[in-house]
Design a protein around this ligand. Structure first.
Ligand code: NAD
Length: 464
């Protein structure tokens, strides 16, 4: 059910009152909320899989299990395992002249956190941040994407079954409600989506100086070093690119390969795609594109590149398949793509992979640095010196070496962007800290202090 703007204000007021009544939930209360989230994921798994499948017009059930339910479950279990340690007051060193006073850092819940989520992994990106926010002791409002409406409805019902509205609540709505949501006097606003909308969200949050996390996208490069194992890299890149038909924020957006190797890379990718997805387009393992508009956008990107001289390959995709599977988009390789083509200027967010040649590794590094800072960078190669040089010379939210996507699954590592791919990170303890105020406390000793530094100052300064 879509929320009215008035009901949004009322819900926030309820959550704020509940937070003030219990401003520092004990570990048991936080555990209980996390365990209820776990039950929600277990009990509604089939409903979520079916709803997401219907929203996409064909989303692989395995992909929903792997990239949404499994990822969130493991995040909850990790939080349950570490919660006590995260909540502990942290000891901070104290300079000798302030002893025997002591420094402490108190992780404190912020209050009411708002989460705005995109449609591409609607469960993971709505509930993943909520895990961190609830572990940190906050009340949470979630606004899922209107582009996955069946899922949003299913999530709202499931959350209402397991949570009181003043603990965790889901609100549904389109752009107008989303805009109002971003203007709420929240204690933290956590946004996952495009840089374009991220900018609007940042402007809305700026009015109240609402603390903000932006998890955005961008053009994540995969660089194949001259010494990389081509067949192995191709298999891993094909998986990373075609999971959810490329509608993944950390999917490799384009490949940088050594001069003269583009055809060999294309052949290796075609072979890998044939093995991963036999029977395209019918195979249910290959997901569809979320809607007509995005499908048409991807087709326009390919046509624009073709018109500018790019060579387009559609491995494993029979010609007549376009009509047979109108919501699916063929795995597409694009060679000889000029830099001014839209394919090289916009985040692709679909199963199209431009393959660009570089003359020497420095040219690949310069090319990455010429664009906005991406959410991910992938490096395939054996030479550790060249790898380290590349990692030190480029910026990216996170890096995975000799594979794709798995940096995102590391609960002990922060996940987030840099520059145009966003700011503020979460997952594991980083998420707990993101939704906490790490409050510095100085505990003065009865013996401490420096009375000589108090007024009247003349005594001290005259003596100096
Ligand atoms: P989007 O920016 O179009 O929408 C995201 C959310 O913002 C939706 O819930 C939408 O309702 C809401 N929204 C729309 N207008 C708004 C407004 N004026 N104020 C506040 N909220 C508003 O993104 P999308 O198409 O759903 O998702 C794709 C994008 O998200 C890609 O750029 C992708 O890279 C990025 N993404 C990033 C991550 C990450 O973790 N960094 C994960 C997934 C997707």
């Amino acid at each position: 059910m879509h929320a009215s703007l008035e009901s949004l204000d009322a819900l926030l007021a309820r959550q704020r009152a509940a937070f003030l009544a219990d401003p520092y939930p004990e570990p048991a209360a936080r555990r209980d909320r996390l365990e209820r989230l776990l039950r929600l994921a277990d009990r509604h798994e089939t409903t979520f899989i079916q709803a997401i499948d219907a929203d996409f017009g064909g989303r692989s059930a395995h992909e929903t299990r792997l990239a949404e339910l499994l990822v969130v479950r493991s995040g909850i279990r990790y939080a349950l395992r570490h919660l006590n340690r995260w909540m502990r007051v942290r000891r901070i060193p104290t300079a000798p002249y302030f002893r025997p006073g002591r420094n402490r850092l108190l992780p404190q819940p912020l209050g009411v956190a708002g989460i705005i989520a995109p449609w591409n992994y609607p469960f993971q990106l709505s509930i993943g941040p909520a895990v961190a926010a609830l572990a940190a002791g906050n009340r949470v409002l979630v606004k899922p994407s209107e582009l996955a409406p069946r899922f949003a409805e299913a999530l709202q019902e499931a959350v209402a079954t397991h949570f009181a509205p003043d603990e965790l609540a889901v609100v549904q709505g389109g752009a107008e409600l989303a805009d109002a949501f971003a203007r709420l006097p929240l204690d933290h606003l956590f946004f996952t989506g495009s840089p374009t909308v991220g900018r609007l969200v940042a402007q809305a949050a700026a009015e109240r100086l609402t603390p903000l996390t932006l998890e955005l996208g961008g053009k994540s490069p995969a660089i194949l070093a001259p010494d990389c194992d081509l067949a192995d890299a191709a298999r891993r890149i094909a998986f990373g690119k075609l999971l959810n038909a490329g509608q993944t924020c950390v999917a490799p957006d384009y490949l940088l390969v050594p001069a003269g190797r583009a055809d060999a890379v294309a052949d290796a990718l075609a072979a890998a795609i044939g093995r991963l997805y036999p029977g395209l387009p019918a195979t249910p393992d290959y997901s569809a594109i979320i809607d007509e508009r995005h499908h048409a956008r991807l087709a326009a990107l390919v046509e624009d590149a073709r018109a500018q001289g790019a060579r387009i390959l559609r491995p494993g995709w029979p010609e007549q398949a376009d009509d047979a599977a109108p919501r699916k988009f063929p795995p597409t390789l694009a060679l000889n793509v000029p830099p001014q083509a839209r394919l090289m200027r916009e985040e692709i967010f679909g199963p199209i992979l431009p393959i660009i040649e570089y003359r020497d590794p420095q040219e690949a590094i310069d090319r990455v640095n010429a664009g906005e800072r991406p959410l991910a960078l992938y490096w395939f190669g054996r030479d550790p010196a060249l790898r380290d040089h590349a990692l030190r010379s480029t910026h990216a939210g996170g890096v995975c070496v000799n594979d794709c996507l798995w940096q995102l699954a590391q609960e002990a590592q922060p996940f987030g962007g840099v520059g145009m791919s966003g700011f503020g990170a979460y997952h594991g303890r980083w998420g707990f800290d993101r939704f906490s105020h790490l409050k510095p406390v100085f505990l003065q000793s009865r013996l401490g202090g420096a009375p000589l530094l108090h007024p009247p100052y003349g005594r001290v300064f005259d003596a100096l």
